[in-house]
Design a protein around this ligand. Structure first.
Ligand SMILES: Cc1cc2nc3c(=O)[nH]c(=O)nc-3n(C[C@H](O)[C@H](O)[C@H](O)COP(=O)(O)O)c2cc1C
Length: 190
């Protein structure tokens, strides 16, 4: 296979397209698109999101320590993309998009329209040039009841998560299930 060198750029590994929801100290909500995010430890349950230091979202997390990372159902692609174009410093993104923010019993602002919201409490950050790799304890995960069958199994297509291909700057939906993880490779186990 002949390979092309792309250099150390932002490339098109599939990433989750998520909405990070915060409030400032006065209670004003904000919604930001983030794709550099994911769960990075099971014990302790930890989520990481990399934020440019200029983001309103970063300032809000510095003020309150609480935020949520929300899966985006693909039908909200326009609203979600808008939340990646505009800053909460200048605009009320919830009002413009019609998206709703509601606090959980833990006091974490979450996106009502999201089928999966991860409630987070800031723990520490790592400075990476202009970015801050923000690490957070996962307090709770709220998943849409409608996506579970009677046996309690989740139907991921019901969640319909939006996927972002960074280098191409395109949003996609999930395709077809290929195999079960931690099982498919067992047939090659000596
Ligand atoms: C698809 C997409 C993914 C993005 N991912 C990130 C990210 O992971 N980290 C980041 O700091 N900004 C990211 N951005 C940019 C912010 O969403 C954007 O600068 C936003 O306006 C910041 O909003 P805020 O100032 O209200 O926090 C992304 C934008 C798009 C469109």
């Amino acid at each position: 296979m002949k390979k092309r060198q792309l250099g150390p750029c932002v490339t098109f590994f599939p990433q989750p397209a998520t909405l990070v929801v915060t409030r400032d100290a006065a209670g004003q909500s904000n919604i930001m698109m983030a794709s550099w995010t994911g769960i990075v430890s099971k014990t302790p349950p930890t989520l990481a999101v990399s934020l440019h230091h200029s983001r309103r979202t970063y300032a809000n997390i510095s003020e309150t320590g609480l935020f949520s990372v929300n899966m985006v159902p693909s039908h909200l692609v326009v609203e979600a993309d808008f939340c990646g174009l505009a800053s909460g410093t200048n605009l009320d993104k919830a009002t413009i998009t019609g998206l709703n923010v509601k606090d959980t019993p833990n006091g974490v602002p979450c996106l009502t329209e999201s089928p999966l919201s991860v409630e987070c409490r800031f723990t520490r950050e790592v400075a990476l040039g202009e970015y801050r790799l923000t690490l957070a304890e996962i307090l709770e995960i709220n998943a849409d009841e409608a996506a579970f069958d009677t046996h309690g199994s989740a139907n991921v297509l019901a969640f319909d998560p939006l996927v972002y291909l960074g280098g191409l700057r395109e949003y996609w939906s999930l395709g077809v299930k290929q195999a079960d993880a931690y099982r498919a490779g067992l047939k090659l186990m000596p």
